[in-house]
Structures are given as C-alpha cells and as structure tokens.
Design a protein around this ligand. Structure first.
Ligand code: NAD
Length: 356
C-alpha cells in the first residue's frame, strides 16, 4: 500500500517540556470530521509510528464509511510507554494540538489510553469523544462493540446456513478482555456452546464459572467449532494458521484480523464466511457518533449498533453479486460511499467546469 498518496493532513506534535511526541493523521474528511482514537505505544522507531498512524487512520475512514456514519477517518499515535510515560502535561499538550485542528479531527480512546487521559485532553479541547456518561459522553465503547459483534455474528452464521439465533452453535472466542468477555456473556445467554481462551487465566475463570469451556491460547483457532471469534490480536489469520482452522465462520472484534488481503481470498476459497473486521467491530464508533451534536441516549445507540447485522448482510450480498470475497466487497462499499459524497460536493462540480 502506498502510504502517503491519500492522506489529507499529517501533523507532528512535539512539545519537549511536556514530554510529548505524537503524530495526528487525518486521512479523509469527505463524509465529515475525522474520528479516531489516540493510541499510546512504545514504537521501535519514528518510521514505525508513522506507518501505524497512516494505516490506522485509513482504516478508520473505511470503518466509519461502511457503518453509514457522517464521519471521516483519523488517528493519533503518542510515542511512549503507556505504563511509564503518561503525565497530565503530556495529554494537555496533545489536547492543544488536537484543538489547533479546529474540529477536523475528533479524538477518542484507543489502545494504551483511558477515560482519565481523555479527561485531561478535554481540559484543552472540545474535540474529544467517549468521555464518561456522567459528563455527557458515551463512555466505554467496549460493551457496544461486544453487542455489535454478537449481532453481526448472527448475520454471518445465517450466511453460512447455520441459522441466526446461535443456539447450540459452538463458538471459540480468542481473548477475554473488554470485548471478548462481553461477547462470551451474550453468547452464553443465547445458548451457544462457548470455548474461550486468554493468556491471563484469571480473565477466563469468571467466564468458565458461567458455563464456558476453555483451552490453551495456542489452540483456540484450531477448535472444532462453527464460529471462531478473534477478540485479541491482529494478524490471527496468516499462512501458518489458515490451514488449521476448523470453523465455518470467522466473526470477531479484533482489528486487522487478516495478515493481508490474500488471507481473505484464502478464506473465501475454503468457503469460510469471513465477517470483515472493520464492519463487525464498528459498535464502538457507532456508539461515539451518538454523542455528537445531541445528548447521548444509550437505547438509541444500541439500536444503531444493531444495524451492523444489516450492513454485514449487504456486504455478503455484494460479495455474491460481484463474485468477490467479503473483505473486498466491504472495501468497495466504503470507497463507493466516499466517491459518491465527493462527486456531489459543489466544489467537485465547479472543478469539473473549470477551464484547463
Ligand atoms: P483488551 O486488551 O481488553 O482484551 C484483549 C485480550 O486479549 C486481553 O485479555 C489479552 O490478555 C488477550 N490476549 C492477548 N493475546 C492473546 C492470545 N494470544 N490468546 C488469547 N488471548 C490473548 O482489548 P479489547 O478492548 O477487548 O479489544 C479486543 C480487540 O478488539 C482488539 O484487537 C481491539 O483493537 C479490537 N476492538 C476493540 C474495540 C473496543 O471497543 N474496545 C473496538 C473495536 C475493535
């Protein structure tokens, strides 16, 4: 992928007194302000941080577009150790940089940042989302992400001919973190047979107490099951694992589940239904969109998140219609929505009529 040919704006944020080194990438604002989280990570190099923010911000454009949100894609990476380098000064300095973009970029939490950090950013700018519900925000997005994955999994199961109520369906969940644990609870409530695995056994214990089974982390993708739900890391579907899968559906929360696009083609060839990650895990951003421009309402947000099932069905229909794999169909839907919005802009029409 060429990294630099499509981003609208990339801002390097440097304030030595505050210990801040960060990059904000605004990928595309055709559909609206660029929404995306603040990731704090110990990158091996500046190049690695730049590559990550460019790739992640592009991913947000696609996620927001397919989710039907009037939002573009952006992201921030903060270079530093989230366990050691966080200070109020750092997040306030970042808040001022975010504010300087005048609302073209809307920040949120992400890996390595928390509501506490968001509250520090909020001291300097209004362009931060996902603040606690008590402060008028939409709060922790994980429960809505889990609910969206559950609803999307039903649509993916139906696509695989397994019915859509998930009762009696065997589901293997990788990762019992914020999203994975919530998903397991929904599945147990629905009468699914759940196996869950995590590198931290204590995270699994609470769920086995509710009726889930468990297995060693290295074996979860090999479970004989109907649905495999990656809810931990990226690149879970790679050449070493794809041949070991014994499921008919992949539907989970993790970002970037496919090592690369060829893995999506391989799943398609093996007749494994893949729910594209950025479609099925959009519950968090859909929830955030509900706090923009009007008071947050959890019931309305839940109803919006449930539309993920219909969006996935549209992706599968497009996949059949064009004879393409679902991950390609999802990209096309996103690109078409953005292209249509761009074409309908008054300035686009003017540009067409400009001489020369
Ligand atoms: P989390 O950190 O709370 O949970 C991840 C869990 O995976 C942890 O318990 C961790 O111990 C476990 N894990 C790590 N490596 C593992 C392995 N090899 N095998 C089994 N378990 C392993 O994160 P989360 O918020 O639950 O997010 C899970 C995934 O979903 C991430 O990829 C995240 O990017 C994605 N996602 C999350 C949200 C959200 O709202 N939180 C939204 C969209 C996408």
């Amino acid at each position: 992928m060429q990294l630099f040919h499509e981003h609208e704006q990339v801002v390097v944020c440097h304030e030595p007194e505050a210990g801040l080194r960060a990059i904000i990438a605004v990928h595309d604002t055709t559909l609206g302000p660029a929404l995306g989280g603040i990731r704090m990570w110990r990158y091996d190099s500046d190049e690695a941080a730049l590559t990550d923010v460019l790739r992640l911000s592009r991913g947000m454009t696609y996620k927001n577009a397919v989710a039907g949100l009037d939002l573009g894609g952006g992201k921030t990476v903060v270079l530093g150790d989230p366990r050691a380098d966080k200070t109020p000064l750092l997040f306030r300095a970042l808040g001022r940089f975010i504010d300087s973009l005048g609302g073209r970029y809307l920040a949120a939490e992400d890996v390595g940042t928390s509501t506490d950090d968001a509250e520090l950013v909020a001291l300097e700018t209004d362009h931060i989302t996902g603040l606690p519900v008590a402060r008028g925000g939409s709060g922790d997005p994980s429960p809505m992400t889990a609910w969206g994955v559950f609803c999307g999994m039903r649509a993916a199961a139906a696509e695989a001919g397994l019915g859509d109520d998930l009762r009696g369906i065997r589901v293997a969940v990788q990762g019992a973190g914020h999203v994975g644990a919530g998903l397991v609870r929904h599945l147990l409530d629905a009468g699914s047979e759940v196996t869950v695995s995590d590198i931290y056994p204590e995270r699994v214990e609470a769920l086995t107490g509710l009726g889930a089974q468990t297995c060693p982390p290295g074996e979860i993708h090999r479970q004989d099951c109907e649905v495999f739900a990656p809810c931990a890391l990226g690149a879970v579907i790679r050449p070493e694992t794809v041949g070991e899968l014994r499921c008919r559906v992949i539907a989970g929360a993790a970002n970037n589940q496919l090592l690369d696009s060829s893995m999506g083609d391989e799943l398609h060839r093996r007749s494994i239904v893949y729910a594209p990650d950025f479609v099925i895990n959009a519950g968090g951003v859909i929830n955030i969109a509900e706090e923009l421009g009007r008071p947050y309402d959890a019931e309305r947000a839940r109803a919006s998140v449930e539309r993920i099932a219909g969006t996935l069905t549209a992706v599968f229909e497009r996949s059949h219609r064009d004879g393409i794999a679902p991950h390609v169909a999802a990209d096309r839907l996103a690109e078409e929505r953005i292209a249509a919005a761009r074409a309908s802009r008054p300035d686009a029409v003017a540009a067409l009529h400009r001489p020369g």
